[in-house]
Write a protein that binds this ligand. Sequence first.
Ligand code: HEC
Length: 222
Amino acid sequence: MDSFEWNKIAGAVLGTALFVMVVKIGTEAVFYVPPLEKQAYVVEGVEEAGAGAGAGAAAQKEEEAPDWAAVIPTADVAAGTDVAKRCAQCHTWDKGGENKIGPNQWGIVNRPRGSQAGFSYSAAMKNKGGMWTYDELFHYLRSPARWIPGNKMAFVGLPKAQDRINLIAYMRTWADSPAPIPPPVPKAETPAAAPGAAPAAAGGDAKPAADGKAGAPEAPKK
Ligand code: HEC
C-alpha cells in the first residue's frame, strides 16, 4: 500500500515535470527568436564620422589625387579616348572648336576656370576661381555637382579613379604643348609607405618614375 502511494506521488511529480518541459519546449518553438546577425538599430552618422561627416566637399576629401608623375606616363590614353565619348555630347576639344552645351576644352589643363570666350558660365563656376589643375580636374570629374555645387554641368561623374586618370592623360593632349606634369609627390617618412603606395599605381609600372625621380626628395638632408 505504501509503495503504491509512493508510486502515485512519484508519478505525479514526474508527470508535472514532464508537462512543464513540454510546455517550455513548446513555447520556445512557437516564440523562437533567431539571434540578430546585425545590430538592429544603426545610428546614422556614426560610421561616417571617420570618413568626414557633413558637407559633400568634405566627404570627397577622402579621395586623394594620384601622384601624377607616376600615373600619367603609364595611363591608358586610348581608354581615355573612350571615356571622352561621354563628354562629346556637350563639349568639343579641337583647337578653336565651338562651344556647345559646355565650353570648348582646348588647352583645358591649367586653363583658368570659366575662361572660355563666348561661353556663359554659371555663377558658381565663375566665382570658384583658380585653374583646372590635374588635381582639380580629377576631383571635379568624379562628381561635378559635389565638387562645385551649383555649377551647370549636368554630368553625373566618373566614379572610377582610373577612368579619370586615363581621361585626363588624354585631355592634356588637347593643347599645343601638354601641361607639365606636376613633380612627384615626396614619399612619406616611413619606408613602409613605399610598398603601400605601389598598389595605387599598380595599373602601370610605377617603378621607373619612383626610381628616377622620387629618389631625390626622399633622401633626408638631416
Ligand atoms: C550634359 C552636358 C555635359 C556633359 C556630358 C559634360 N559636360 Fe562638362 N560642362 C558642361 C557645362 C554646361 C559646363 C559649364 C558649367 C558651368 O558654367 O557651371 C561644363 C564645364 C566643364 C568644365 C569646366 C570648363 C571651364 O572652362 O571652366 C570642364 C573641365 C568639363 N566640363 C569637362 C567635362 C568632361 C571631361 C566631360 C566628360 C567626362 C564633361 N565635361 C561632360 C556640360 C557637360
